[in-house]
Design a protein around this ligand. Structure first.
Ligand code: NAD
Length: 318
């Protein structure tokens, strides 16, 4: 199949691209390299067509979907904190870009459109685990943008027959997650701080909890979404289905890396939710999804990758 991955040079997108190439699909990537890197696609660069372009630009979007049968829309600025600081910029990357890609896909006769949504759409309602039938309560511009994307996907399914599916990712981690941004995933930030001999920063009391999900599970859910029957335009949780307290996560990482188990606390960040945990039974029913990677297995893979990139960086600068 000929498949487009938007944001394919980013963390999650590049894992999806690799998996698609391994299965023999023809893959095109569109990325504006806002946070993605060509290096993330190094292993498959001979097999992938890479377009530099912005998904919010209609001409670039039209070019990217030419001859494409399915789209994985991963391109975004995936940061709650950044969306609080720069809402208009993030709205363009997360909201406008999604609608622009949907219009281009519809006009080009794309059959299926799979969208990277986010657990942040649930907001801070106390009920756990989060089920797709609950009313979303976005607490940040980022969450509102992701939710508007879900609505557009449902509408494009109903109005135009595009086969759409929104996958609500819950705190994804794994190799290649960029730790350089203060907004990036907590596992990458903790790991790189520990490897550099620094004390990791926890925002708030550390008792917040998350359903940390290894990127291999996300790839698996996306591959299943490519062929699943009965997509109805409604969203699906993608997670491990297990809740881990942040402070305990830091202890596990410190143990794994043989570093001191210490944290520096800073004030909680605006827009962050306190607890998050998914019910993944709809993903099981619709996609046959079961988390294949648990936290421990994922952490081992991830710390090994960060250790290796830390060692290479040390060698280059030494
Ligand atoms: N990482 C997580 O825990 C998580 C959780 C929930 C949802 N998501 C969603 O998953 C997707 C991928 O996230 P990620 O963690 O891989 O982030 P990432 O920043 O590594 O990847 C995003 C990619 O999109 C590209 N991009 C940004 N704006 C673009 C635009 N306008 N046009 C073209 N390319 C653009 C970036 O350059 C980057 O390569 C995002 O949609 C994000 O909202 C991620």
């Amino acid at each position: 199949m000929k498949i487009l991955v938007t944001g394919g040079a980013g963390f999650i997108g590049s894992h999806i691209v690799e998996a698609l190439v391994r299965r023999g699909h023809r893959v095109r990537v569109i990325d504006n390299f806002f946070s993605g890197h060509r290096g993330n696609l190094a292993a498959v660069k001979a097999d992938v067509e890479i377009l530099r372009g912005d998904c919010a630009d209609p001409a670039a979007a039209r070019r990217s979907v030419r001859g494409i049968e399915a789209v994985f829309h991963e391109g975004a600025i995936p940061s709650v904190a950044r969306s609080v600081a720069e809402p208009l910029r993030c709205h363009r990357a997360n909201g406008t870009a999604t609608l622009t890609m949907l219009l281009a896909a519809r006009d080009a006769g794309v059959r299926r459109f799979i969208y990277a949504s986010s657990s942040s759409v649930y907001g801070d309602t106390p009920t756990l685990p989060k089920r797709e039938t609950m009313e979303p309560r976005p607490l940040s511009p980022y969450a509102a943008e992701k939710l508007s994307g879900e609505h557009y996907l449902r509408i494009f399914h109903r109005l135009f027959g595009l086969e759409t599916l929104s996958l609500r990712y819950f705190n994804i981690f794994g190799p290649r997650q960029d730790p350089s941004s203060p907004y990036s995933g907590v596992i990458s930030r903790f790991t790189t701080a520990l490897l550099a001999g620094q004390t990791p920063v926890i925002y708030g009391d550390g008792q917040q909890s998350r359903d940390f999900t290894y990127v291999g599970n996300v790839v698996d859910a996306n591959l299943r979404a490519l062929t699943a029957r009965g997509l109805d335009g409604e969203p699906v949780n993608v997670a491990a289905g297990r809740r881990v307290v942040l402070r305990a996560l830091l202890s596990a990482l410190a143990r794994e890396l043989g570093r001191p188990d210490e944290a520096r606390h800073e004030p909680a960040r605006a827009g962050d939710v306190k607890h998050s945990l998914a019910d993944v039974s709809r993903a099981r029913r619709l996609l046959g999804y079961r988390p294949r990677w648990d936290l421990e297995g994922g952490l081992k893979k991830t710390t090994a990758w960060y250790r290796e990139s830390h060692r290479l960086r040390d060698r280059r600068s030494g």
